[in-house]
Design a protein around this ligand. Structure first.
Ligand SMILES: [Zn+2]
Length: 477
């Protein structure tokens, strides 16, 4: 019996990891075993602890990884998998491989830093605190990556082949169409990874890469994300609201702090600030992009021009490279990052991680959250249990570096920047399918989001839809 086992992103939005197992007794020794995505759990402790658990079959028995995109919740566990004995190929698009080169090494570095910090403060219950993997282990994992172009068919084993198609989520993002042939029977599985917005300007302003996921799909088994299963994005232009919040903050002498994913979201936000400043809609205050990873990601964006949206092409042709815009400082070193702390004049600070789970944003928030003159603007999804979620939900204080920090700054959220399709957009995409899948499993969503999307798809499309459960085995043959 062949099955898919959901090892992560089931009942939550992080830790995407789906095992296709075709060994006859499930021990991984026969057949072919593939992991689709290998993400890290983030957020609440009970999820993060799962990062320390072994895979249900030994890592060395897994033949290959197919990676949809370079977000940490989809790729962040790869160095750990290699550390546990995995030695197979990791298939990804060329842009995803370039991005993983910075995302994974940064992750290893951060984990070493966090472990060292807790050991120094002696605040860890584990003694000593250990990194999930080190920078060196992350670098070692990169040698297993193999590029696969969009549309190219790759034979992984005699029974499994796959193809990447556009997901329109972030640079390099793909869905994996996987074909399994066992005993003369063919089954087609489609793993969506994260699904981007349906169209360019109207529903996804400021989109750096072109939008619109691959249409006219066929699938017997669909494994689909459901991050925004219970929420619809506002469809109006975010620029006026953003301009108002920034201008008001600057007028009262405060600064704006923006937690943002280093990949895609930071670039999108920087591009929009540039546009607003040039149009005279916000004051020209200094902008600090405090994320070495974001800077490297910009360089990768500049290399992959084939994925640009028209907006991006126009902006770059008008103003040149985003790395050389006057008034925009990109902080690479820790010293440059510390200098931003000394800025006692209005400025805009963009830093990661996007959900405030780690990284340099912690220092900026610890310093700026207690002052009511400042504003924190959230421009991305905040998973339950993350510091970002706590701050955004109006809590009076938040724990950073083991201390409680009072939240007196204004808190704002701009929801239009999402790189995930919402339910109306998902239905629009699903209606292009050439057939009705035998079964659809919803992953990558909080339980309320998955169940609401399940009900909507059942009602609107008449499909058999189930919310995947953690460690559930779904029969595919
Ligand atoms: Zn993603």
């Amino acid at each position: 019996m062949s099955y898919i086992q959901f090892l992560g992103a089931a009942g939550t939005v992080t830790g995407s990891k789906h095992l296709i197992n075709t060994s006859s007794d499930g021990d991984g020794k026969g057949g072919c075993q593939i992991l689709v995505d290998c993400g890290m759990f983030q957020g609440p402790k009970q999820w993060r602890e799962r990062n320390w658990q072994d895979t249900p079959i030994p890592a060395r028995e897994i033949d290959a990884v197919i990676l949809t995109h370079a977000h940490l919740d989809h790729c962040g566990w790869i160095p750990r998998l290699v550390k546990e004995g995995f030695r197979g190929p990791i298939y990804a698009t060329p842009a995803t491989i370039d991005l993983c080169g910075v995302v994974l090494t940064d992750s290893g570095h951060l984990q070493e830093e966090d472990a060292a910090f807790y050991n120094k403060k002696n605040k860890s219950k584990h003694n000593p605190a250990l990194p999930l993997y080190t920078l060196e282990e992350a670098e070692n994992a990169l040698k297993y990556f193999q590029p696969v172009q969009f549309g190219e068919t790759k034979q992984v084993s005699p029974e499994i082949s796959f193809r990447f198609v556009h997901a329109a989520h972030i640079l390099g993002s793909a869905m994996a169409e996987i074909t399994l042939t066992v005993n003369g029977q063919t089954r087609r599985m489609l793993f969506t990874g994260d699904i981007g917005r349906m169209r360019d300007k109207n529903v996804a302003p400021g989109k750096v890469v072109h939008s619109g996921p691959q249409e006219d799909e066929t699938a017997d088994v669909l494994v689909m994300e459901s991050t925004y299963g219970n929420r619809t994005h506002p469809k109006d232009d975010p620029r006026p609201e953003l301009a108002k919040v920034i201008t008001q903050t600057v007028q009262r002498g405060g600064s704006v702090v923006v937690p943002a994913f280093a990949v895609e979201r930071t670039q999108k936000f920087v591009f929009m600030l540039k546009e607003l400043m040039e149009a005279g809609q916000i004051p020209k205050v200094p902008v600090f992009c405090d994320s070495p990873m974001a800077i490297k990601a910009v360089q990768i964006f500049l290399k992959h021009t084939e994925e640009y949206s028209d907006e991006t092409k126009n902006l770059i042709s008008q103003y040149g490279s985003p790395l050389t815009w006057p008034g925009f400082s990109f902080a690479s070193t820790a010293q440059e990052s510390k200098t931003i702390n000394d800025a006692h004049y209005p400025c805009i600070i963009i830093s990661s991680s996007g959900m405030v789970t780690g990284g340099r944003i912690l220092h900026h928030l610890a310093q700026r959250l207690p002052d009511p003159k400042n504003t924190v603007i959230f421009i991305g999804y905040q998973a339950q249990g993350t510091r970002g979620f706590i701050i955004k939900s109006g809590a009076p204080e938040v724990k950073i570096f083991g201390d409680m920090v009072p939240i007196r700054a204004q808190i704002a959220a701009i929801e239009q920047f999402s790189d995930h399709a919402d339910p109306p957009e998902l239905l629009e995409w699903l209606r292009t399918f050439k057939n009705k899948p035998t079964v659809t499993y919803l992953v990558h969503g909080e339980p309320a989001a998955s169940s609401q999307l399940r009900d909507l798809m059942t009602k609107e499309l008449g499909w058999d839809v189930q919310a995947a459960q953690w460690l559930q085995k779904a029969n595919i043959s």
